[in-house]
Ligand binder design. Structure first.
Ligand SMILES: Cc1cc2nc3c(=O)[nH]c(=O)nc-3n(C[C@H](O)[C@H](O)[C@H](O)COP(=O)(O)O)c2cc1C
Length: 198
C-alpha cells in the first residue's frame, strides 16, 4: 500500500482547472490503486500559511507545523502538487509552504564549495506529479518562475522523479469561453497517460 500526499494550492474561486484536473486524477488513481492511502493537504485551510516569513517572525517561523509538513512529505511514497499561476509564479500559499519545508539539514544540506554541490535530503524514489494551470501560454513570459521553478526547487530537496501536467492558455482568446471541462479535455490524453504512470 502506497501513501499519496496531495498538496492543493488553488486560488481561483471558480473554474479552477488544476483543481478540477486534480479531482479527476485522484478519482482515476483510486480506481487503479484502490488500496493506496490518500492524504489531502489543502493549503487554503492551513492556519500556519496565513502568515508569511518576515523579519518579525524570523526567530520562530520554522516551528512544529513546518515540521509536520516535512514529516508528511517524508512519510509519503507519492506526491501530487496542484497550483495555478499567480503573478508569474506559483500560488503564494505554495511558496509559503516551500518556505516552511526548505530547512537546511532537514530537507537539504548546503555545501558552499561549488555550484550544484548542495544535497537534497528527501528520498529521491518518491514520484511527484505536478498539475498546474496558467492563464497565458507557457512561452509567453520567459521570465515567469512557475513550472520550471517548482521542478528545480523540488530537485534541490532531492525529488527527481517529477512529471508535469500543464494547462496553459486558460485565459487566452482561444480558451476564455471554454468551460473548465472543455479546458481539461484539451489535455485529456496526456492526463490519462500520466495517471496510469503515477
Ligand atoms: C491573482 C491572479 C493572478 C494571476 N496572475 C497570472 C499571471 O501572472 N500570468 C498568467 O498567465 N496568468 C495569471 N493568472 C491566471 C491564472 O493563472 C489562470 O486563471 C489559471 O487557470 C489559474 O489556475 P487554476 O485554473 O488551476 O486555478 C492569475 C490569476 C489570478 C487570480
Amino acid at each position: 500500500m502506497k501513501k499519496v500526499l496531495v498538496i492543493e494550492a488553488h486560488l481561483s474561486k471558480t473554474f479552477s482547472v488544476s483543481e478540477y484536473a486534480t479531482k479527476l486524477f485522484l478519482e482515476k488513481y483510486k480506481k487503479l490503486n484502490p488500496n493506496d492511502e490518500i492524504v489531502e493537504l489543502n493549503l487554503n485551510e492551513e492556519k500556519k500559511l496565513e502568515t508569511i516569513l518576515n523579519i518579525k517572525n524570523f526567530d520562530y517561523f520554522w516551528n512544529e507545523e513546518s515540521q509536520r509538513y516535512i514529516d508528511l512529505i517524508n512519510s509519503s511514497d507519492k506526491i501530487i502538487i496542484s497550483t495555478g499561476m499567480i503573478n508569474f509564479t506559483i500560488s503564494p500559499l505554495l511558496k509559503n509552504f516551500l518556505d516552511n519545508i526548505l530547512q537546511a539539514n532537514k530537507t537539504f544540506k548546503y555545501k558552499y564549495d561549488g555550484k550544484g554541490t548542495s544535497v537534497g535530503l528527501v528520498d529521491s524514489n518518491k514520484k511527484v506529479q505536478l498539475i498546474m494551470a496558467q492563464g497565458s501560454y507557457k512561452d509567453w513570459y520567459k521570465f515567469s518562475a512557475f513550472d520550471d521553478y517548482l521542478k528545480e526547487v523540488l530537485h534541490f530537496i532531492g525529488l527527481k522523479n517529477i512529471e508535469l501536467l500543464l494547462f496553459d492558455g486558460t485565459k487566452t482568446n482561444e480558451q476564455k469561453d471554454l468551460s473548465v471541462e472543455e479546458k481539461f479535455k484539451l489535455k485529456e490524453k496526456e492526463f490519462n497517460e500520466l495517471v496510469i504512470k503515477f
